[in-house]
Design a protein around this ligand. Structure first.
Ligand code: HEM
Length: 524
């Protein structure tokens, strides 16, 4: 009897400890953080347990549909070919943030499940945050790191602290000017193959093309060739297909990130994501093994200075780290650049004057040469303004997240250890107080004399992030953007198809939900 009583006592004690531990984890600690933030003056919508503010966020997300208008302001749901898409997208893609901003200002606290997030659309705070605090003292929210583990693992995008410093140091040289120059031929080759595909479609009577799908495939091929030295396109395609499936599973389905046991609310999707993550890992492992083999056989055609070569050099990374970096770069290295090009083609299709101006500039600077001399690309000034303006209106990376890894003082505010932050890049890029009344209009000339496009605060324009964690691949994307656009604009005139439905939406990145269907007219 005595023994039974002891066992029951122990079980009860363990149960109570577990309940207390969970209460601390899910409620006491987050509430204390929230109270500290409240004391600093931050308001926000009222959360409820255990969903936080998710219910409101999900309800309003369903309004994210077509926005097309004839004169920039009116939202109509028609899609005639003469219509111009409205670029006033913040309240469509993040309706809840737009609403909460109206009632609580540019900084407030909202809750994803039991995780409080400090929402930031205030550039002055970001300036102080990035200039006075070392990049390695901020981490990435644990809640996202866990949720996106299958996709990025502990690759450069997610790794923190001294490990981040070590990884960044190994990876940065892969994007040196010399290495970038060596990639030109492959970029031109892959783009010309896409152009040939488009030409044969047009000559067989189909001049309408979903250019988003095509450009994403080409950008994928480019990163596989330039950074991983891959000639086996089938294997690269398998990785991209699985990454895309994983992206859809994680970001297009009804999931409850931040909610206790949230992954069990949609077990099927959680298991699917895990399975896809494992399949991607094993494909990448085989890519790494075959590179090792070819190196052992003394095959010298591989560029030891390309990204994979540098990652494998002197065994500085463990096999797990190596696979996670490959995942990160397979995904991050193609999707964002492809989306920048895709949104550009939409804007050029609806602004023929700019299409013509860029074509004239290409003729003047690059000439009619199909091979594109990389040394001439810097002369494409107007193209750079267009790129900047597209990244402002449609930033492919629409938000940036951080988590404080210690109590951090930013001006008079103490950001408590563990605070999650959500930096709303789209909100700042469309903020009339920062850009003026024409904030939602496509006006590339705003970048003519000012790299910041006339923004009233230098931290109000952040397409590539900020501080030490600024995008490591941005020079590669500048080059790829200019090469691909130069070749495309020299061969085709672009018009918006009547079948296009303007529906920018968030699937981690900012994408056209129904692709980008354009009508192409060959120029020669
Ligand atoms: C138009 C194209 C691109 C855009 C808009 C873009 C945007 C961004 C942004 C906003 C960040 C900061 C994320 C953060 O602070 O949490 C970032 C980081 C990063 N980007 Fe890009 N990116 C682009 C192209 C690329 C390319 C081509 C690559 C790879 C070849 C790449 C790889 C990365 C990596 C690895 C990081 C993490 C850097 C770190 O934390 O040290 N990106 N990018």
């Amino acid at each position: 009897m005595e023994i039974i009583r002891v066992i029951v006592g122990l079980v009860l004690f363990s149960f109570m400890s577990l309940v207390l531990k969970l209460a601390f984890l899910w409620w006491v600690t987050p509430v204390l953080t929230h109270l500290k933030l409240k004391r600093c003056g931050f308001g926000g919508p009222t959360p409820s347990f255990p969903l936080g503010n998710i219910k409101e966020m999900k309800k309003q997300n369903t309004t994210n549909t077509v926005i097309i208008d004839d004169d920039e302001d009116d939202h109509l749901s028609s899609s005639s070919s003469s219509s111009k898409p409205s670029h006033n997208i913040h309240s469509t893609i993040f309706p809840y943030f737009a609403r909460w901003q109206n009632s609580h200002g540019k900084m407030f606290v909202y809750w994803l499940g039991t995780e409080p997030f400090l929402y930031i659309a205030e550039p002055e705070f970001l300036k102080n945050m990035s200039t006075k605090v070392l990049a390695k003292r901020w981490g990435k929210p644990n809640v996202f790191r866990n949720d996106r583990d299958a996709m990025f693992g502990s690759g450069l995008l997610m790794v923190e602290g001294n490990d981040w410093v070590r990884h960044r140091h190994i990876i940065a040289p892969a994007f040196s000017p010399l290495n970038l120059k060596a990639m030109t031929c492959m970029m031109v080759g892959s783009t010309n193959q896409m152009i040939e595909r488009w030409c044969s479609k047009i000559y067989s009577g189909n001049s309408e093309i979903d250019v988003e799908r095509e450009v994403i495939a080409t950008a994928g091929e480019i990163i596989a060739r330039t950074s991983f030295g891959m000639r086996d396109h089938d294997k690269a395609r398998q990785v991209f297909d699985k990454l895309r499936a994983l992206q859809m599973t994680l970001f297009k389905t009804n999931r409850y990130v931040g909610v206790p046991f949230g992954s069990y609310l949609n077990v099927e999707k959680t298991l699917e994501a895990k399975k896809l993550g494992k399949e991607i890992d094993s494909l990448l492992l085989s890519i790494i093994e075959s590179r090792k083999e070819s190196k052992n056989k003394g095959q010298t055609y591989q560029n030891e200075q390309d990204l994979l070569g540098l990652l494998m050099k002197e065994n500085k990374l463990t096999m797990r780290e190596l696979v996670d970096e490959c995942k990160t770069f397979f995904f991050g290295g193609h999707e964002t650049t492809a989306l920048a090009i895709t949104w550009t083609l939409l804007l050029l299709a609806t602004h023929e004057d700019w299409q013509n101006q860029l074509r004239d500039e290409i003729k003047e600077v690059v000439g009619d040469n199909d091979l594109v001399d990389v040394n001439l690309l810097a002369g494409l000034r107007k193209m750079k303004w267009v790129m900047n303006e597209v990244l402002r209106l449609y930033p492919p990376a629409p938000n940036v997240q951080r988590q404080a890894r210690e109590d951090i003082k930013v001006d008079n505010i103490i950001v408590p250890n563990g605070t999650n932050m959500w930096i709303d890049v789209v909100a700042m890029h469309h903020d009339r107080e920062l850009w003026g009344e024409d904030a939602d209009e496509f006006r590339p000339e705003r970048f003519e004399d000012d790299v910041n496009g006339g923004c009233r605060h230098k931290m109000g324009y952040l397409p590539f992030g900020f501080g030490g964690r600024m995008c490591v691949g941005r020079n590669l994307s500048f080059m790829e953007y200019k090469i691909v656009l130069t070749l495309l604009l020299s061969r085709f005139r672009f018009k918006l198809s009547p079948r296009y439905r303007h529906s920018p939406s968030i699937m981690l990145s900012l994408r056209p939900a129904h692709g980008l269907i354009l009508t192409l007219e060959p120029l020669q």
